[in-house]
Design a binder for this molecule. Structure first.
Ligand code: WT7
Length: 643
C-alpha cells in the first residue's frame, strides 16, 4: 500500500444528475450535501478514488463512495505512523486492578499486524466472520482492527451477554473464529469468561477455533486442537503486515441490537461511508484537536458507541484516548475522576445513567479531584434530563464545559443530531439539530412535518454515509422495520418520538415502540417476554419499562403462572435468574408481578400502557378498549394480596 499522500484524496467528485434528483432535495442542495461528504471522505486515505459519492438507486440499500477502495485499519493506524506520529499515545489503558499500559500508534501498529498475521495463520480469508467477546482490554481493539485490516467482518458481543445470547449471534453470522479471554475483572473479582463462551460454542459447528487472551489467570476448560492461547499464537507473529484495500462497501462489522421482536437484529455496517462519518462526527462534535486533546469515551466495545467512538472514529482522527476496563465504583466511587485527573482528560463522553449514578454518590466525590482539564462533555444513549445535565456541567464540567447531547443509534452508525461545542449555548435536554451534512425531521402519523411546539415521530429523510446497509441475512426485515412506516415519503423511521421547540430545535422523547432503554442499553420487551415464557412455571408474560430515576427505565414483568398459581418471592427470584441466564444480567427484571390475567384488546394485543400505569403506581388510565374491563380489577386485587 502506498503511503499517505496529500494530493491523493479527490477534492471534488463529479455528481451525476441522478444523485441530486433521487435525494429529494432541490438539485443544488443535494449537490452541496454530496460534495460536503466527498470532502469529509477526502480526509481518509483511499487507494482508489470513488466514482460516485452516493448510489441510492437500490434504495433503501445505499452504496456510498462506489468504486472507492480503502483499508480501514490502515486509516486508523498505519497512516499516523507514516506521517510521523508513531510516538503519539493512542491509548492510555487502565485495568480494573490498577495495572496500566500505554500504547503508542507505533505499538498499536505492531500489535494489529501481529494479530492480523495470527488470524491469517488460522486460515481466515476476507469475508469470514469473527465473533469477539472480550473485556475492555487492549486486545479487544487489536482484534477489531486486525479483522478490519483483513476484511473479516467482526461481531462483537458484549461481555455481559449470556452463553445463549452469544450462541445465537455466532449462529446467525456463522462465525468461523471466536476471540475471548479466560476471565474478566468485575468489581474486584476475576469472573470466568471462557467457561461461558465454551457453553455457547458447544453447538456451533461454524466455529473452528477459539483464540483466548489470558487476562485474569483463572483456570479454563480447554479443547485441544480448537482452542489457542493469544500469547502463544499472536506474540510469535511477525510485526509487519501489508494491508490490502477493500471496496468501500465491504462489510466492516455486524452488531446485534434489540428490535421489537424476540430475535436481535444483526445490524450491518460497511467500510468507507461508516469510517467517513464516524471520523467526521467525532472531530466535529467534540471539536477535536488531535495534538492536544485527551479523550475518554466510557462505553464498552460491545455497543455501537464503543465501535464508533472508542475505536474507529477516534483512531481515524489520530486521537489520544483513555480506555478503562472496569466498573466506575471499583475500588471506590471516585475512580473515573481519578482517571480524568491522572491523564488530564479534556473530552469526556458518557451516558446519562452514569451521570445520575454520580449524582446519587454525591458531588463531594468529583470535588475531591482536579477536573480542570475537562473542555467538552458528551452524553449519549437516552434523553438527558435537565437536572442531570446541570449537575454534569456544574460538577464535572466546572460550570463552563459545553455539553454535546448526541442522538444516534446502532443503525445510524454515528452521531446524527447534536449541538456543536462552539455553537450557541446548549439547552439542557435537547439534542438540538442535525449536524452539517445530515438531515432529520419530526413528522406526524401521515409523514407531514409538524410545526414548532409540536410533537411527532423522528425520521431521517436523507441517506447518510454511516447508515446501516441492512440486517444480516434478512433483507425483508430491514425494509419492514425501518422503511415501511413512512414508505410513501421514503423516510427512515427511527422508532423515537420527538418534538420541535419554539426555536425549531429537536427534543427526543424516548422510544415509541416496544423497546426499552435501560441504562442506555436497548432491550426489547418481546425478548424478555420470550425468555420468561421459556421457563416451565410461566404461562404468559408481559414486560414494560417503568421510569426509573437512575437507569432511565426499569424492567417490570407481569407473569401468569401455569395453573394460575399465585406467586411467591422464590418464584420471582427464580424467574429473574432465569432471564439473566437466557439473555444476560442487564435484562433482569427489576420487579416481577404475578397476576391472574393480562389486559388485552379485543384483537388480543396486550395493553402495555395500563401495565405501565401499575408499574409506575399511577391511577390506571382508560380501559374502554379492553376486551374485558374487569381484568384490571382482578390484577389490582391480586397485587394487593387478595385473590
Ligand atoms: C436509541 C438507540 C447511540 C448509541 C447508544 C444507544 C436512544 C440514544 C440519545 C440521545 C435521546 C437517545 C434513542 C435511540 N438515544 N441517544 N442523545 N437522546 N435518546 O444506541 O442501543 O442503538 O439505541 O437510544 O431511543 O433510538 P442504541
Amino acid at each position: 500500500m502506498s503511503p499517505r499522500s496529500a494530493d491523493h484524496a479527490p477534492a471534488e467528485n463529479p455528481l451525476t444528475p441522478r444523485d441530486a434528483a433521487v435525494s429529494g432535495l432541490p438539485e443544488q442542495a443535494a449537490a452541496d450535501r454530496l460534495a460536503f461528504w466527498a470532502q469529509q471522505a477526502g480526509q481518509l486515505h483511499w487507494d482508489t478514488e470513488w466514482d460516485q459519492v452516493l448510489d441510492w438507486s437500490d434504495a433503501p440499500f445505499a452504496r456510498w463512495f462506489t468504486g472507492g477502495r480503502l483499508n480501514v485499519a490502515y486509516n486508523c493506524v498505519d497512516r499516523h505512523v507514516e506521517s510521523g506520529h508513531g510516538d503519539q499515545v493512542a491509548f492510555h489503558w487502565e485495568g480494573e486492578p490498577g495495572d496500566t499500559r500505554t500504547i503508542t500508534y507505533a505499538e498499536l501498529r505492531r500489535e494489529v499486524c501481529r494479530t492480523a498475521n495470527a488470524l491469517l495463520s488460522l486460515g481466515l480469508t476476507a469475508g469470514d466472520r469473527v465473533a469477539i467477546q472480550l473485556p475492555m482490554i487492549p486486545e479487544a481493539v487489536f482484534a477489531m482492527l486486525a479483522c478490519a485490516r483483513l476484511g473479516l467482518p467482526h461481531s462483537v458481543v458484549f461481555g455481559g451477554f449470556s452463553p445463549a445470547a452469544l450462541q445465537s449471534r455466532i449462529e446467525d453470522a456463522r462465525a468461523r473464529l471466536l476471540i475471548t479471554s479466560d476471565g474478566q475483572y468485575r468489581r474486584g473479582k476475576a469472573e470466568p469468561m471462557k467457561a461461558n463462551t465454551d457453553e455457547a460454542t458447544k453447538d456451533t459447528p461454524s466455529i473452528e477455533h477459539v483464540l483466548v487472551v489470558r487476562r485474569t489467570g483463572i483456570d479454563v476448560p480447554w479443547t485441544e486442537g480448537r482452542d489457542v492461547w493469544w500469547h502463544d499464537l499472536v506474540d510469535a507473529q511477525p510485526d509487519e503486515h501489508t494491508p490490502e484495500p477493500f471496496d468501500a462497501e465491504h462489510p466492516l462489522f455486524i452488531l446485534y441490537t434489540s428490535g421489537t421482536t424476540g430475535r436481535p437484529k444483526g445490524i450491518l455496517h460497511t467500510s468507507g461511508g461508516y469510517l467517513t462519518q464516524a471520523a467526521y462526527t467525532h472531530r466535529t462534535v467534540f471539536g477535536l484537536d488531535a495534538d492536544t486533546d485527551v479523550y475518554w469515551c466510557t462505553a464498552d466495545i460491545g455497543w455501537i458507541t464503543g465501535h464508533s467512538y472508542l475505536v474507529y472514529g477516534p483512531l481515524a482522527n489520530r486521537t489520544t484516548s483513555v480506555m478503562y476496563e472496569g466498573t466506575p465504583s471499583t475500588p471506590h466511587e471516585g475512580r473515573h475522576f481519578e482517571i480524568i485527573e491522572r491523564y488530564g482528560v479534556t473530552i469526556y463522553y458518557t451516558a446519562p445513567t452514569l451521570i445520575r449514578t454520580f449524582m446519587k454518590w454525591g458531588e463531594h466525590i468529583p470535588a475531591a479531584h482536579d477536573l480542570s482539564s475537562i473542555r467538552v462533555l458528551g452524553s449519549v444513549g437516552e434523553p438527558i434530563n435537565p437536572e442531570a445535565w446541570r449537575w454534569y456541567r456544574e460538577h464535572i464540567g466546572g460550570g463552563r464545559a459545553p455539553i454535546v447531547d448526541t442522538w444516534w443509534q446502532t443503525e445510524t452508525g454515528a452521531v446524527m443530531i447534536s449541538p456543536l461545542p462552539d455553537g450557541p449555548a446548549g439547552k439542557p435536554g435537547s439534542a438540538q439539530a442535525p449536524l452539517p451534512g445530515l438531515s432529520a425531521k419530526v413528522v406526524d402519523d401521515q409523514g407531514q412535518e409538524v410545526g414548532r411546539g409540536e410533537s411527532g415521530y423522528l425520521v431521517l429523510d436523507q441517506p447518510w454515509p454511516s447508515m446501516l446497509r441492512g440486517i444480516w441475512g434478512d433483507e425483508e426485515r430491514y425494509r419492514e422495520t425501518y422503511w415501511s412506516r413512512f414508505a410513501d415519503q421514503g423516510y427512515y423511521f427511527a422508532g423515537d418520538g420527538a418534538r420541535y421547540d419554539e426555536d425549531g430545535d429537536i427534543w427526543l422523547l424516548g422510544r415509541v415502540d416496544d423497546v426499552m432503554n435501560v441504562s442506555g442499553h436497548r432491550i426489547s420487551t418481546a425478548e424478555i417476554e420470550s425468555a420468561l415464557v421459556s421457563h416451565p412455571a410461566v404461562a404468559e408474560a408481559a414486560v414494560v419499562g417503568a421510569s426509573d430515576p437512575t437507569t432511565g427505565q426499569a424492567i417490570v414483568a407481569f407473569v401468569i403462572l401455569r395453573g394460575g398459581a399465585a406467586g411467591t418471592e422464590d418464584v420471582a427470584a427464580a424467574l429473574r435468574e432465569h432471564v439473566a441466564r437466557e439473555i444476560g444480567p442487564i435484562a433482569k427484571p427489576r420487579r416481577i408481578m404475578v397476576v391472574p390475567e393480562l389486559p388485552k384488546t379485543r384483537s388480543g394485543k396486550i395493553m402495555r400502557r395500563l401495565l405501565r400505569d401499575i408499574a409506575e403506581n399511577r391511577e390506571v388510565g382508560d380501559v374502554t378498549t379492553l376486551a374485558d374491563a374487569s381484568v384490571m380489577d382482578l390484577i389490582d386485587a391480586r397485587l394487593k394480596g387478595g385473590t
